[in-house]
Design a protein around this ligand. Structure first.
Ligand code: ADP
Ligand code: MG
Length: 239
């Protein structure tokens, strides 16, 4: 028991240190990127190719830093009532360009809707992580689908891919800090997402088959009281 407490304290200090370094490094990177973009605009000829590589590697560095910063961020800054359908359609628009670049078909089926009590940006970020992982696991010409079903109590989001899948052992490790099978992964995305989902009492279920694909089911408790009240009110006004 005591050991557990010490362990979590150590992780906190490490997380805070990582975050402050990440924060400090981000500023000079932004400046360098700005000047490189300027150079690229004015360049003619062979250095263009080098600038392209430098910019793309800088982009990678930025991504890693963002992962670390997200990890150390406070849980929720602003809690409000949020339409889950709206968040999901934003996520799918945001990641469509990435899917196109990876030659993966991203489709979404968002017929229902419901209201969550959460931090809009953090929830969006949690969902981006799951969809991004699905795209990254999927070979060219494969599919990733996002769907939403709403019941009385829950919003169930399903992210399904036709990617490489995971063994039982791999599935057991997913969500452990720094666990990654990617060359350039940080292994922080799923940990961050799970933390956010758990904060509003949600659950995440994985099912997967190697070389077939993975299905992630994210079950989020709804806060629909207000929606129901508004419904009643507008009926009265109609009459
Ligand atoms: P990262 O994306 O940086 O590797 P994550 O925490 O997001 O870190 O994911 C950890 C690992 O879980 C990935 O490296 C990958 O091996 C595995 N994983 C996550 N989602 C999927 C998926 N949809 N299909 C196959 N493997 C997955
Ligand atoms: Mg990831």
């Amino acid at each position: 028991m005591r050991e557990e407490i010490i362990k979590s304290e150590k992780l906190n200090t490490l997380g805070e240190l990582a975050a402050s370094i990440a924060h400090e490094v981000r500023n000079p990177l932004t400046v360098v990127k700005g000047f490189l973009q300027l150079m690229k605009r004015q360049s003619k000829g062979e250095e263009d190719e080098y600038l392209e590589i430098i910019l793309s590697e800088l982009g990678r560095a930025e991504e890693i830093i963002n992962d670390y910063l997200n990890f150390a961020k406070p849980q929720f800054e602003k809690v409000e009532r949020v339409h889950i359908k709206e968040i999901l359609s934003e996520v799918s628009i945001l990641l469509n360009a990435y899917a196109v670049k990876e030659n993966v078909f991203l489709e979404s089926h968002l017929d229902d809707d419901g209201i969550l009590l959460t931090d809009r940006n953090r929830m969006k970020q949690a969902l981006i992580n799951f969809v991004k992982n699905a795209i990254e696991a999927t070979p060219p010409k494969g599919y990733v689908s996002i769907s939403l079903q709403v019941t009385e109590e829950n919003a169930v989001i399903t992210v399904k891919d036709t990617g490489k899948g995971m063994s039982k052992e791999e599935m057991a490790r997913i969500g452990t800090m720094f666990y990654t099978t990617k060359n350039q992964g940080t292994g922080l995305g799923t940990s961050v997402s799970l933390k956010i989902i758990e904060t509003i009492g949600g659950r995440v279920r994985y099912s997967s088959e190697v070389k077939k694909g993975t299905t992630v089911e994210i079950i989020l408790p709804l806060r629909n009281e207000k929606l129901k009240k508004e419904h009643v009110l507008s009926h009265h006004l109609d009459a």
